[in-house]
Design a protein around this ligand. Structure first.
Ligand SMILES: [Zn+2]
Length: 361
């Protein structure tokens, strides 16, 4: 039996009552300091559990991810990124399974925070689909489609169900002759893309194995890469979201990000790579399929050539990741997509926005 979150009746307002801080106008592309092996002596802060869900989802926000980053010193840049979207040569999508935005600073994840500081990110206004489970949510992330359209309705891959339907960003990239790489840490995610559209598909378990696999693939270059870290979700289910064990594996995931960044730099690829870093869902207690905002809200961070550092306060759905990646790679946007490119990250007019939740499921 699968659990659908009902979409009957009015869509609950789960965006929250307090708007995020206004974007700080920044004229220059901020250099950032990447910590490859950050000191992890800080103990995860004690986190107050979110209140239990009420039947009527009038949600009280408990987000603590308001941006308060200290700008990196501008006199010691570690690299000089190119300032134009036209310089994007490849896109790297990273999904931290079950990462809550408010865990990033608490863990902490200093490499990710550095990308946030130098990029565009949504601390409060990005969310996944109404069935915040791993397979359906990731399918929406990469297909640009709602669950009713991509057809990945189970949180397991049954061969008879087939692969995610519709034209996803991997289909588009492969059709255009681009090199596509997918590295996942749950084998059921094979369902996300047909084997013929991924030039490389690898399953690696645990942050060190994922890192080794990613580093080897980066050295061979790529045009579109998806990396999935399962640690946060695994620890969340076992020990609880926002628990010390959850935070520890997020730190490991962040150290992996540091190695990925360093490998890109070592191969002179970093300055031409667009990062989109996000998650499939959040979580609370020991699960992530409820009716509370902590389950739906996801981080959404873009960093790379042409990205204007800013706090994004527009509604972003996980389907927008596929659309933004396709747009950045100059691929034709699929008119059937429910996702919309987040043009605003490049300082461009946001031609279209989500007026409401676009899916039936
Ligand atoms: Zn998940």
């Amino acid at each position: 039996m699968i659990l659908f979150v009902s979409s009957c009746g009015p869509v609950p307002e789960i965006w929250g009552g307090s708007p995020p801080p206004a974007a700080t106008p920044i004229g220059a592309y901020l250099p950032i300091q990447i910590a490859i092996n950050p000191a992890t002596t800080a103990q995860p802060a004690a986190v107050t559990e979110a209140p239990p869900p009420t039947i009527e989802p009038t949600i009280t926000l408990t987000a603590t991810s308001t941006a308060t980053f200290t700008p990196a010193p501008t006199n010691t840049p570690t690299f000089t990124p190119t300032p134009s979207k036209a310089n994007i040569e490849r896109v790297l999508i990273i999904s931290y399974d079950g990462l809550r935005p408010d865990a990033i600073e608490l863990a902490p994840m200093p490499n990710l925070m550095a990308l946030m500081q130098g990029g565009a990110y949504a601390p409060l206004t990005a969310r996944t689909i109404d069935y915040p489970a791993t397979s359906p949510s990731h399918a929406s992330m990469l297909s640009g489609l709602c669950m009713e359209d991509h057809g990945v309705i189970y949180n397991n891959f049954f061969m008879y169900m087939g692969y995610s339907k519709g034209v996803d960003v991997f289909d588009l990239a492969h059709e255009a002759g681009l090199k596509t790489v997918m590295i996942v840490s749950k084998d059921k995610l094979r369902q996300l893309a047909e084997p013929e559209t991924t030039d490389v598909f690898e399953v690696a378990y645990g942050e060190p194995a994922i890192t080794r696999t990613a580093v080897a693939q980066i050295a061979d270059d790529f045009d579109l890469m998806f990396i999935h870290f399962a640690g946060g979700d695994n620890r969340g289910h076992q020990y609880g979201w926002m628990s010390g064990e959850y935070m520890k594996v997020l730190q490991a995931g962040d150290e992996a990000l540091g190695e990925i960044i360093q490998t890109l730099k070592d191969n002179n690829l970093f300055d031409t790579t667009l990062f989109i870093i996000t998650a499939d869902h959040g979580g609370h207690d020991k699960n992530h399929i409820g009716l509370i905002i902590e389950d739906y809200r996801i981080p959404w961070i873009a960093y790379g050539p042409g990205v204007i550092p800013q706090v994004l306060d527009l509604k972003i759905y996980t389907m927008d990741t596929a659309a933004t990646a396709a747009y950045a790679l100059g691929l034709p946007l699929n008119p059937e997509w429910d996702g919309i490119p987040v043009y605003q990250i490049f300082g461009e007019p946001q031609l279209k926005t989500h007026e409401r939740y676009p899916c039936k499921t």
